[in-house]
Design a protein around this ligand. Structure first.
Ligand code: BTN
Length: 267
């Protein structure tokens, strides 16, 4: 990638490049929106096709996981949501989140940074969060109608520009001295998401599992996983072939489909 870190997001250039590269992805861009996930889901409900991307320069109500807010200052970072209509069964929906994390991981690697995945789908550099993923689903019993994959990548926010409570735990590509523009990051992401979805649909999650496990920052770590009102403590063993987290607990190996994880200190 060429270094053009502060260039404005170029929707025209990005749209042309998607076509020139023979990708299915198509871009819809707005300077400001409440949430690109909300925008994309509304379009999905109106029948928009797979691989339509909704990107904004800023979000007034960016959504994070577990009801959190995703801080989305103008013209700094990438806020992007993509409609997927995967040919998968409903129980495989969590695999789409895991595959998305691989697409983001490949993108970050192409941006010259060494990132890792914290289960289920946070991307970190040196223990600080650089990107997050929020997938939302519309489904019939047993059948996925659409999944909106929402990806926030901190590209240009300087460390001291994050809200005070995030300054010690967040980072961005520019803060990590990766001189990339948001347009380049988006183009890389669109290509990688198409590729991982093709692999997932044609070969199954097993074909992506080793890559996910090698990128995972939690393997061998002692963690606590919260899911609903329950929690488990154990040592992370990676993902199994279906995408469940394998946790070695005092009661044996447990498989966990979703949750929020914290690394236990002093264990
Ligand atoms: C997380 O909490 O880690 C997930 C953050 C996801 C943020 C992205 S930004 C683009 C898309 N639109 C949203 O409202 N959220 C996602």
């Amino acid at each position: 990638m060429e270094p053009k870190p502060d260039a404005p997001f170029s929707a025209g250039e990005a749209s042309k490049t998607l076509v020139n590269r023979g990708l299915r992805s198509r871009l819809h861009w707005m300077p400001e929106v409440d949430s690109t996930n909300r925008w994309a889901m509304d379009e999905a409900e109106r029948g928009a096709l797979a691989f339509q991307w909704y990107v904004a320069d800023s979000q007034s109500a960016g959504r994070g996981r577990l009801g959190r807010t995703w801080v989305s200052p103008p013209e700094k970072n990438l806020y992007a949501s993509c409609i997927l209509r995967p040919n998968l069964e409903l129980h495989q929906a969590p695999q789409v989140s895991l595959a998305t994390a691989i697409a983001v991981h490949r993108t970050l690697t192409e941006c010259y940074v060494k990132a890792g995945i914290k289960w289920p789908n946070d991307l970190q550099i040196g223990g600080r969060k650089v990107a997050g993923i929020l997938n939302e689903i519309r489904a019939q019993p047993e059948h996925i109608e659409a999944i909106v994959v929402g990806i926030g990548i901190n590209v240009g926010t300087a460390r001291d520009e994050f809200p005070p409570e995030l300054q010690a735990i967040a980072t961005s590509l520019h803060a990590e001295e990766s001189p990339v523009s948001r347009t380049e990051v988006f183009l890389s992401l669109a290509r990688h998401l198409e590729n991982v979805m093709l692999t997932l649909e044609q070969a199954g999650f097993e074909a992506l599992r080793d890559e996910w496990n090698s990128a995972c920052v939690l393997r061998g770590k002692s963690v606590e996983v919260l899911f609903g009102a329950e929690s488990r403590q154990g040592v992370v063993d990676g993902l199994d072939k279906d995408g469940y987290l394998l946790l070695q607990t005092t009661h044996g190996l447990e498989r966990i489909v979703a949750g929020d994880v914290t690394v236990r200190k002093n264990v």
